[in-house]
Design a protein around this ligand. Structure first.
Ligand code: ADP
Ligand code: MG
Length: 703
C-alpha cells in the first residue's frame, strides 16, 4: 500500500487562511481584517502591525526565512523579490525576526526593469506593490527555502497600473457596482456586492526532460520550431480521457498535493486530445484569487515536472500538427446573498432578471467583440486563433437550444411563453436508469459558450494570465448593466420597460449568437455577412485597446486611463517582436550549428557510398538519387537560412514598435516557415541516427 493521503490535513496547510487568522489574531483585529476583505477600506497601521506579526510567526513556525511581495507585472508571469525577516542583532548578538505592518502593506521594488510601455518615460520610475488583502497569503517552498508570499498589486508613483491585478480588481468593483443596480431593480435589497467567479481549465504538455534539454527551440521558445510529423498523431483519438500512464499519474498526484497545500482546489485531471497533452481544472473561486491561483498552477506544474524528470510545456502550440493548448475561462456573477445571475432556472422564459442579464451580456460581447478577442491574444495563441486550429478568431456566443429558442420567441413575437425542456434520456437498456436530460447539448467549437450557469470563454491561451480576459469581461458587462440600469431606474412602468429593453437588446445583438460549428468555413463567411470582426492575429488585435470606443469604456469605469491603454498596446507590440526575434534566432542557431552540419555529414557519407559502389562496379543510381534529393533540400534550407538572417537583421532599421511588430509577423514569421519546410523534409530523408535532435515521435510518444 502506498501512503495514505489525507487531503483534509494537507489542504491549505501552506496558506494563512481566515481560520488561522481567527485563531491567532485578537478578536477586534480579526474583525477589522474581515471587514476590509468584505467591504474594502483600509487597515490602520497599528492593526496591520498585529496582522504582520501573526503572519510572520506562523510563517517562521513553518520554516520561512523571507517574505516577498508577489506581483504580476506585464510580463504575464509573476515577480518576487525576497527580503529576510532578519534585523539588526540586539546588544547580546541575538537575532530578532521582524515583519511590520508597513512592510506587509506596501513595498517598493525598483520598477525600472519591468515593461511599462512608455509610462515611465512620462512619469516616475518608482513603483509600489500594495497588499491585496482579499487574496490569501501563502508559503512557497523551493531550493531557496520557505518564502512568505503576499499577493500584491503593482502601481507607479502616480497610481498607474503596472500590472495585471490592479485593473482586474478595478473591474471587479465596477461590475459589482453596476450589477447591484440590476438586482436592486428586481427587489434584492440584501446583496451588498456581486462577485465575479472564475474557474480556469488548464491544458499542458509533458515531455521527457532529457529530450527537452536536447532541443534549443524548446528551451528558448517553449515550442518546437522544426519537426516532421510522427507516423502517428492524434487521429486515433485514443489519448483523450485515456488511461493515465504511471509516470504521468505519479506526476499528477504530486502536482495535486502541492496545489492542495497552497489552497488550490485541484479538482479534475485527464489526458487531453493530443498525445502528451493533459488538463487540470480547479473549482471556481473569486476572480482575483482564481487569477493568482492559476499563476500558482502554472508555476507548480513546471516545478513538479522537473522533479519527475519531465518538462511541462505551457506554450499554446508546442507541436505542429497536433492540438495546441488553451485555457477555458469559466466565468459567472453571483451576489453575496447566494444568487447566481447566470442561473436560468428551469423556465428561463419566466426568469426576467436572468433574461435581462443575458441580454446585457449579448450586447456587451457584440459591442466589444474586438476587446474580448484582444484579451485572449498572446504570441503563442496566434497558432490557434484564426490559424488552422480551434477556436476560431471570430467571437460568437453559443446559447444552446433552450435559450436560443427563448431569444427567438422574444425577438420575433415579443413574448416568450415556454422553455424547451430536456426530457428523459433513454439508453434502451433496462438495467440502466433513465436520466433527466439537460435542456441543452454542449457545443465544443464556440469561443464563448453558455454552459448551464456560466459562460465559458475558450479562447484564452494556455500560457497566458487570465487577468486580462476577466478584466475585459467584467468591464464590458459593467457597461451594459450600467446602461440598462440608467434606463430602467427612470422607468415609470418597470415591467414594460424591462420587457422592451430585453427585446431591444436581443434584437440588436442577436447576430452574435451562433449555435453551429464554429470551425467551419461557412461560419467564417456567415460571420462576415453579419459584420462580426475576424481579427486574425495578436498584432492586429492590439489596436483595439486604443480605439475611442475602448478608451471611453475603460475610462468611464476607472479601469484604465488612455495613457495606461496606450502603454499596454505598446508593450504588446514589443513583446510580439521580441518573442518572434528569439524564435528566429533560435532557428538560425539550430539550422546553422546542428541541422545543416548533420545533413552535410550525411551527404558526405552518401557521396562516399556512391563512389565506393561505383568503384566496386555496381549501379549507384539509388544512392545518387538520394544524394541529389538531400543536396537539393540542403540548398533550399541554406537559401532560406540566409534569407531569414537577412530579414531578422533588417528589423533593427524599423523605428516604431507597431511597425516592427507587423514586420515580424508579415516578414520574419513567414521566413521562419520557409526555413522550416526544407528542414522538416530533410528530417524525413536522412538516416535517423544522424538527426541531431529528438524527433516528434520521441518527444510526444516516449514520455
Ligand atoms: P468541462 O471540461 O466539462 O467544461 P471542467 O469540470 O473541466 O468542465 O471545468 C469546469 C470549470 O468551471 C471548473 O473550474 C468549475 O469549477 C467551473 N465552474 C463551475 N460552475 C461555475 C460558475 N458558476 N462560475 C464559474 N465557474 C464555474
Ligand atoms: Mg475540462
Amino acid at each position: 500500500m502506498s501512503e495514505v493521503l489525507n487531503i483534509q490535513e494537507i489542504f491549505a496547510s501552506k496558506v494563512f487562511t481566515l481560520g488561522k487568522m481567527k485563531e491567532r489574531l485578537p478578536k477586534n483585529v480579526y474583525k477589522d481584517v474581515k471587514r476590509v476583505m468584505d467591504q474594502g477600506g483600509e487597515l490602520s497601521l497599528a492593526t496591520a502591525d498585529v496582522v504582520a506579526k501573526a503572519m510572520k510567526d506562523w510563517a517562521v513556525e513553518n520554516g520561512a526565512t523571507h517574505y516577498t511581495h508577489w506581483f504580476q507585472p506585464l510580463t504575464g508571469i509573476t515577480a518576487e523579490k525576497h527580503d529576510s525577516f532578519v534585523t539588526h542583532p540586539d546588544e547580546e548578538g541575538k537575532m530578532i525576526l521582524e515583519f511590520s505592518g508597513k512592510e506587509l502593506i506596501k513595498g517598493e521594488p525598483d520598477a525600472s526593469s519591468f515593461p511599462s510601455g512608455g509610462l515611465r518615460a512620462t512619469f516616475e520610475a518608482r513603483g509600489y506593490t500594495v497588499w491585496d488583502i482579499t487574496s490569501p497569503v501563502f508559503l512557497k517552498e523551493d531550493a531557496t527555502g520557505v518564502i512568505l508570499c503576499i499577493p500584491t498589486a503593482f502601481c507607479s508613483y502616480k497610481g498607474e497600473a503596472l500590472d495585471k491585478k490592479t485593473p482586474l480588481l478595478r473591474s471587479m468593483e465596477a461590475v459589482s457596482e453596476q450589477a447591484l443596480r440590476i438586482v436592486r431593480l428586481f427587489g434584492n435589497t440584501e446583496a451588498t456586492k456581486v462577485v465575479a467567479s472564475v474557474g480556469p481549465e488548464q491544458e499542458y504538455f509533458l515531455v521527457d526532460r532529457e529530450k527537452f534539454l536536447k532541443r534549443d527551440d524548446l528551451i528558448f521558445a517553449g515550442r518546437t520550431l522544426f519537426g516532421a510529423p510522427a507516423p502517428k498523431g492524434q487521429e486515433l483519438e485514443d489519448h483523450y480521457f485515456g488511461t493515465i500512464r504511471e509516470r504521468i499519474g505519479s506526476y499528477m498526484k504530486d502536482l495535486n498535493v502541492e496545489l492542495w497545500k497552497l489552497g488550490v482546489t485541484a479538482k479534475t485531471q485527464h489526458n487531453e486530445v493530443a498525445p502528451a497533452q493533459h488538463e487540470l481544472a480547479p473549482i471556481y473561486e473569486t476572480a482575483n484569487i482564481a487569477v493568482d491561483h492559476n499563476q500558482l498552477v502554472m508555476e507548480t506544474m513546471k516545478k513538479v515536472a522537473n522533479r519527475h524528470g519531465l518538462n511541462c510545456l505551457l506554450h499554446e502550440k508546442p507541436f505542429a500538427g497536433v492540438n495546441g493548448s488553451g485555457k477555458h475561462n469559466n466565468w459567472s456573477l453571483g451576489t453575496d446573498n447566494g444568487v447566481n445571475l447566470l442561473d436560468p432556472g428551469d423556465t428561463p422564459n419566466e426568469n426576467v432578471q436572468f433574461l435581462l442579464v443575458l441580454a446585457c451580456i449579448m450586447k456587451a460581447v457584440d459591442t466589444h467583440a474586438d476587446l474580448l478577442r484582444q484579451s485572449a491574444s498572446d504570441v503563442g495563441n496566434d497558432h490557434r486563433l484564426g490559424a488552422n486550429e480551434a477556436p476560431p478568431a471570430i467571437i460568437s456566443m453559443f446559447l444552446g437550444e433552450q435559450l436560443e429558442d427563448v431569444v427567438k420567441q422574444l425577438v420575433e413575437t415579443g413574448e416568450a411563453d415556454h422553455s424547451i425542456q430536456g426530457g428523459k434520456l433513454q439508453t434502451g437498456v433496462s438495467s440502466l436508469p433513465d436520466l433527466d436530460k439537460d435542456a441543452t447539448d454542449r457545443n465544443r467549437t464556440s469561443p464563448f459558450a453558455f454552459t448551464g450557469n456560466k459562460f465559458e470563454f475558450r479562447m484564452v491561451g494556455s500560457s497566458d494570465s487570465i487577468a486580462d480576459p476577466n478584466t475585459t469581461l467584467n468591464t464590458i458587462v459593467a457597461e451594459a448593466f450600467c446602461e440598462a440600469a440608467d434606463i430602467l431606474e427612470k422607468a415609470d412602468n418597470f415591467e414594460m420597460a424591462v420587457h422592451d429593453l430585453i427585446k431591444k437588446y436581443m434584437t440588436e445583438h442577436r447576430r452574435i449568437v451562433f449555435n453551429g460549428n464554429g470551425y467551419s468555413d461557412e461560419w467564417v463567411a456567415e460571420a462576415e455577412r453579419r459584420g462580426l470582426p475576424n481579427i486574425k492575429s495578436m498584432v492586429e488585435a492590439s489596436a483595439s485597446l486604443t480605439t475611442e470606443k475602448a478608451i471611453k469604456l475603460f475610462e468611464r469605469f476607472g479601469i484604465f486611463t488612455r495613457a495606461e491603454l496606450e502603454s499596454r498596446e505598446e508593450i504588446l507590440y514589443e513583446t510580439y517582436s521580441k518573442t518572434i526575434n528569439i524564435e528566429a534566432l533560435t532557428m538560425i542557431e539550430m539550422a546553422k550549428k546542428q541541422i545543416l552540419p548533420a545533413v552535410m555529414r550525411y551527404s558526405k557519407s552518401l557521396a562516399d557510398t556512391v563512389l565506393a559502389v561505383k568503384q566496386a562496379g555496381a549501379d549507384a543510381a539509388v544512392q545518387m538519387e538520394e544524394l541529389n534529393a538531400v543536396s537539393a533540400n540542403l540548398a533550399a534550407a541554406k537559401k532560406a537560412l540566409i534569407s531569414l538572417e537577412d530579414k531578422v537583421a533588417k528589423a533593427a532599421d524599423i523605428s516604431t514598435e507597431k511597425e516592427k511588430a507587423f514586420y515580424f509577423k508579415d516578414v520574419v514569421f513567414v521566413a521562419m516557415a520557409d526555413l522550416r519546410a526544407p528542414v522538416d523534409t530533410l528530417e524525413t530523408m536522412v538516416d535517423r541516427s544522424v538527426w541531431p535532435i529528438p524527433t516528434y515521435g520521441e518527444l510526444i510518444f516516449e514520455v
